[in-house]
Each structure stands twice: as C-alpha cells, then as structure tokens.
Design a protein around this ligand. Structure first.
Ligand code: PA5
Length: 461
C-alpha cells in the first residue's frame, strides 16, 4: 500500500466523470516530467531525487553532523519560501509543542531547538531571536538558492554581526553553515571569504521543490531529525510511479485530475483542511508549492489552509454557506496517538474523556472515548456537511506521523503539482510574479540601478 492514500467519496459524481477524462493528459504530463520534456524541464532535478542523489547526500550530511565538534542547543535557520518552509514543516510536525519548556521531565526535546529568521522583515521578530540566542549555543544555517534574496540577506547580516561579536570571527565561521548556489550569488562569495562550510542547492532544483536537498536535510540533521526515512518515504512515491504499470488510478494522478476538474467547473480556492494542528506547516509548504507553481497566466486554484476544529468556529460558516467557488481537501493521519518524546509515533500515551460523578456539562455520552475519536468524528461530520453545502471534498491520508510519511507527502505533492500545472498548461517551475514586488522594493529603498523606478513609485504615493 502506498504511503499517501486518496479518496473522493464526497465529490460530485459529474465531476468524477470529468476528472477521469483528464487522466490521459495527466499521464502525458507525468511522462513529460519523468523524461524532462515538460515546460521548465531544466528544473525537474527533484524528480526521483532520492535515487539520483538524495540517499548519498543524506549520508554525507549525516556524517558531517556526526563529526561536528561544536556544541549546539539551537539551530537558527535563515531562509524564506522554499528555503525554509519544508524544514519547518518537518520540525513542527515531529516536535513537542512545549518541548522547550518541559525541562528534564522526559518529554522535553532531546534535540536542539529550531528557530527561524529571514522569512520576514519584522524588526521585532529579529530582535526576539537575538534575545533568545543570548541564552543559547547556536549554530546558524543560512539558506538561499539565489544568494541575493533581501529578507534572508538582511537577517543574516544581523545574525552574522551578532555571532562575530559574541564568538569572534574564527568560532563564528565554525558555527555558520551556508547553503546556496554551487557557483554564483553573493552568499557563495561571502561564505568563501569567511570560510563557512557550504552545501549546494542543485541548479536543476527550484526553491519550492528543494526540501529533500541540502536545503532541508542540513538543518533537520543538525536538529537531530532522522533524514534517511524522509528520503525513503519520498523514494517509495517515486518508485511507485515507475515501471510502466497502469498509473491512471495512482493517488498522485487522481488528486491532480480531481482538483483540476473542480477548477474547470468553477472552484477557485482549494482549502487544505487538517484535524491535526501539527500538520499546519506542511500545509504552509503545500501553499507555496501550489501557489507559486500554478498561479500564473490568470490561472490556478488559490491554495488556503484550515485547521479543524479551530476554524469551524471562525471560517466554517463561510465554507458552509459562502461563495460556492471552493474545493476542500482533507489531509488526515490514519493512526492516532500522541507523539513520544522523540516527536514520533507510536503512541506512548492516549487521552480519553474522563468520567465524572455529575453530568452538568452533558458529556456523559463521551465518557471513556478517546479525544482523537471525537476529533475524527468532527472531521467526518464536517466533510459531509460541507459536501452537502455544495463544496466538492477530497481526502488524502498518511498512515502515521513520522519522517517517512512526511517524505512521501513531499514527493506526492511535488509530482501532483507538476501534473496539475501541466493540465493547466503553465510552467510549474518558474515564479515570474514574485519579481514585481522585489523591483518596487529595490526602487523604494534606493538600490543602485533602480533609482528611476523608485522615483516613479514615489510619485504615486
Ligand atoms: O520557489 C522558489 O524558488 C522561491 O519561493 C524561493 O524558494 C524563495 O524566493 C527563496 O529564494 P532563495 O532561496 O533564492 O533566497
């Protein structure tokens, strides 16, 4: 059985028929990615990455981390978009939410804390990281494929200056690792000059498809996550797409054709809904992947995320009765249970609704039931209600929460996204729209070469 399952029980029958009509084109799209003939083919290095380079790279990175002789209790990840979202997705999914506050009770983190900076331009946010670092022993991983992105570059300047003041130049150089383009870019130059250890972002892998390269593997390994199962999970998905077997019912293909059928029938927003808040940053990663890959040439589903049951008490009303241009995909974990102290299932503890002598809260009917069962019932109830309210619903599931399943999800969504984009006829691997704000920002801030644009903008203010 594959690690990622697909179901369409609550999806309109007529759209199921339309979805199946798209299958031949989806298979062509997949073939074009596999053979490197699709639009943007120079960036399909992520396809079958584990076998191509991933396993060997994961071993090299693990050896590097095992051989580090610098004590570290905090990994500072500096990056934005594809240069940090995947790392955060894995770390947050597999860490105890209150780990840093649990001390030595046994449920606290046995691994370094991960903190993120360079994914915003909030002065307060950067200052708070500096406050934290004063009490910690940090290692810094600055990650930028281009090496020129403003947000991480500004944050890195601050953190570098902090590190050099605190540790001196030589010790800072041991505590800073740069992951960037193998040849060009300001970060590569800076790293060479300062003598930082560097890792490469392969030129043939775009930012949002790069989580299983050094971009994600280095910080995750530094923070003590098991990177090999991540690669194994991804490999299982790629392997299942090989061999010329009949792939028309493959979950990767079925997810792509169903969401595209919904889009062609009028859906404009895809909600990725979760019942487990630990999946929140996996959804954030998914949003970037699909938003940047498909949202161009006036096309694409707008990817949004909902966390249940929390959002049933805010946005649930809109989903049930608002504008009928939604598609909802429920991402679920088959097996339940609390994460253990290493942040992985299975299930050292379960929690049931306690018995009570009085029934003032009217919960007697739930006594003894697992909280997770109540949560699952809420999701089923929600899916049926939303379907009855006119929202086409799809389901994706992984067997349990752990590195292997998350690696599989990464590969599953990457391939599905490339196939979906091929159905729309757009290039899944560029992001020309991101440049517009960047140029305006450079103009406004007076970057050399952007002066006249800056003057034009100022006239409009
Ligand atoms: O998918 C992409 O290419 C982008 O979202 C990038 O990941 C993001 O802009 C960060 O770029 P860089 O790694 O060059 O700093």
């Amino acid at each position: 059985m594959g690690l990622v399952q697909f179901e369409n029980r609550f999806f309109p029958e007529n759209l199921k028929v339309e979805a199946q009509k798209l299958v031949p084109r989806a298979l062509d799209g997949l073939k074009a990615v596999q053979e490197g003939t699709c639009r943007g083919h120079e960036f399909v290095g992520w396809y079958d990455w584990p076998k191509k380079e991933g396993f060997a790279l994961a071993q090299d990175i693990q050896n590097f981390v095992n051989g580090l002789d610098t004590y570290c209790d905090t990994v500072v990840v500096i990056g934005i978009g594809g240069s940090y979202l995947g790392t955060r997705a894995v770390s947050d999914a597999l860490s105890h939410s209150y780990g840093p506050f649990l001390g030595r009770s046994g449920r606290g983190p046995r691994r370094p804390l991960m903190v993120y900076v360079g994914h915003h331009l909030s002065e307060a946010g950067i200052l708070e990281v500096l406050d934290l670092l004063d009490d910690r022993q940090p290692i810094v991983n600055v990650i930028s494929k281009s090496g020129t992105t403003t947000e991480p570059a500004v944050a890195f300047r601050v953190i570098r200056s902090y590190m050099e003041k605190r540790f001196g130049k030589a010790e800072s150089s041991r505590r800073i690792i740069a992951t960037t383009d193998p040849v060009g870019g300001a970060l590569r130059k800076l790293a060479l000059e300062a003598g930082y250890r560097t890792f490469e972002v392969p030129p043939q892998v775009g930012g949002r498809y790069s989580v299983l390269t050094a971009v994600g593997l280095v910080p995750l390994a530094l923070a003590g996550f098991d990177i090999l199962p991540l690669m194994q999970g991804a490999d299982r998905v790629f392997a299942s797409l090989e061999g010329g077997t009949n792939l028309s019912q493959h979950p990767v293909i079925q997810y792509a054709v169903h969401r595209t059928a919904a889009y062609l029938a009028g859906s404009r927003v895809e909600l990725m809904s979760i019942g487990e808040p630990k999946l929140h940053n996996i959804v954030e990663w998914w949003k970037q992947l699909f938003g940047e890959s498909e949202g161009k040439e006036g096309q694409g589903l707008f990817p949004a995320g909902l966390t249940y049951t929390t959002d049933l008490h805010s946005l649930g009303q809109y989903v049930q009765e608002g504008v009928r241009n939604l598609l909802e995909t429920f991402l679920q974990i088959e097996e339940s249970g609390h994460l253990n102290s290493h942040g992985a299932q299975p299930f050292e503890r379960r929690l049931r609704v306690p018995a009570s002598t009085d029934n003032t809260d009217e919960l007697r009917y739930l006594e003894g039931r697992l909280i997770d069962d109540v949560n699952r019932a809420a999701l089923v109830a929600t899916k049926i209600a939303h379907f009855d309210g006119g929202v086409p619903c799809l389901g994706l599931s992984i067997p349990r929460l752990g590195e292997e399943a998350i690696g599989a999800l990464f590969a599953f969504f990457e391939v599905s996204c490339a196939v979906s984009a091929s159905l729309l006829g757009v290039n899944a691997f560029d992001q020309p729209g991101v440049e517009a704000y960047k140029k305006n920002l450079f103009g406004l801030l007076g970057k050399p070469g952007f002066e006249s644009l800056g003057q034009e903008i100022k006239k409009r203010l």
